[in-house]
Design a protein around this ligand. Structure first.
Ligand SMILES: C[S@@+](CC[C@H](N)C(=O)[O-])C[C@H]1O[C@@H](n2cnc3c(N)ncnc32)[C@H](O)[C@@H]1O
Length: 253
C-alpha cells in the first residue's frame, strides 16, 4: 500500500476540517482530496505553504484535477498559524516537511506545538518524514545519495542548511513532550522513482543558480556545476531512488 493510502485508510472523512502542512507540490493532498470525494465530499482541506508563487498554485490546482474543489491553498508559515482557532481542526497532514523545517533551530518544535493547539481533542496528526538514503551498489541509489548530499554541501558553502532528516526517535520524544500519543507507526522502504525527470530538472536548476551566487573561487564553482550536470545526466540514464519514510499517527490527548 502506498504511504498516502496507508495514512488515510480507516479515517472518518465525514464533515472534517483537515490542514495540510505543507502542501508543496500537492502530491499527498491529491490522495486526501480524492478520499474526501470518495466519502461523499463533506470535508475540506486547507493547504499551507510559505513559498508558493501564483504559478505554483495554478500547477497544484491542475494536478488536483476534479478534487480541487475540496482544497483551499494559503500562503502561511506553519510554525505560526495564530489566525486559526485552537481546538478547531480534525486532522493535520504533515508530509515530507519536517526535513525542511529542521534547517532552522526550533522550527520543528514550533510547528508541532502549533499543530497540537489547532487540533480538536482526539484530533489526529499524521507525519511522514524521510529516512536518509545510504550509499548502495545500485547506480540509481548512488544518484540520489550524490544529489541529496551535494545539495547539502552547496548550501553549507553559503552558510545555510538545505535539509536535515530528523530521526524518528527524536520526533517521537518531541511529540510526547508536547502531549501527543503515538497511535501508529510504520516504515516504508526506499524505492526507485517512477519518473525522476521533473524532480532532477528542478533540482539542477535550483542548484546551478545557488552555485552561481556562491562566494567561492571560479575553479570550485565550475567543479560544482560539472558535478550537478553529471548527476543530472546519470539520473536521466539510470534513474534515482526516492527515500524511505517513517509514518507516525498521533492523537491529541
Ligand atoms: C517536500 S515539500 C512537501 C511535499 C508535499 N506534502 C507534497 O505532497 O507534495 C516541503 C514543503 O514545505 C514547505 N515549507 C518548509 N518550511 C515551511 C514553513 N515554515 N511553513 C510553511 N511551509 C514550509 C516548503 O516550501 C516545501 O514546499
Amino acid at each position: 500500500m502506498k504511504i498516502y493510502e496507508y495514512n488515510i485508510s480507516g479515517l472518518d472523512l465525514k464533515n472534517k476540517l483537515i490542514f495540510d502542512c505543507a502542501i508543496g507540490a500537492g502530491e499527498a493532498t491529491f490522495y486526501w482530496a480524492k478520499a474526501i470525494h470518495d466519502n461523499g465530499g463533506t470535508s475540506r482541506i486547507v493547504g499551507f505553504d510559505k513559498d508558493l508563487t501564483a504559478e505554483d498554485i495554478e500547477i497544484i490546482k491542475d494536478n488536483l484535477k476534479q478534487y480541487c474543489k475540496y482544497v483551499e491553498i494559503k500562503c502561511a508559515d506553519i510554525t505560526d498559524l495564530h489566525t486559526y482557532k485552537s481546538n478547531s481542526v480534525d486532522y493535520i497532514n504533515c508530509d515530507d516537511t519536517l526535513v525542511f523545517l529542521a534547517s532552522t533551530i526550533g522550527n520543528i518544535e514550533a510547528a508541532l506545538k502549533e499543530f497540537y493547539r489547532l487540533l480538536k481533542p482526539n484530533g489526529l496528526l499524521i507525519i511522514n518524514s524521510e529516512i536518509p538514503v545510504l550509499w548502495g551498489e545500485d547506480t540509481y541509489i548512488q544518484n540520489q545519495y550524490r544529489r541529496w548530499n551535494l545539495a547539502k554541501a552547496i548550501f553549507s558553502l553559503k552558510g545555510a542548511i538545505w535539509a536535515i532528516e530528523p530521526e524518528k526517535k527524536s520526533i517521537v520524544r518531541i511529540l510526547e513532550d508536547i502531549g501527543f500519543l503515538i497511535d501508529k507507526e510504520k516504515e516504508f522502504d526506499s524505492k526507485k522513482q517512477k519518473n525522476p525527470i521533473p524532480c532532477i530538472e528542478e533540482w539542477a536548476s535550483i542548484m546551478k543558480s545557488e552555485v552561481k551566487e556562491l562566494n567561492t573561487s571560479l575553479k570550485l564553482k565550475n567543479s560544482l556545476l560539472d558535478e550537478i550536470e553529471e548527476i543530472e545526466n546519470n539520473v536521466r540514464e539510470q534513474g534515482m531512488a526516492c527515500p524511505g519514510y517513517y509514518s507516525l499517527q498521533c492523537s491529541k490527548r
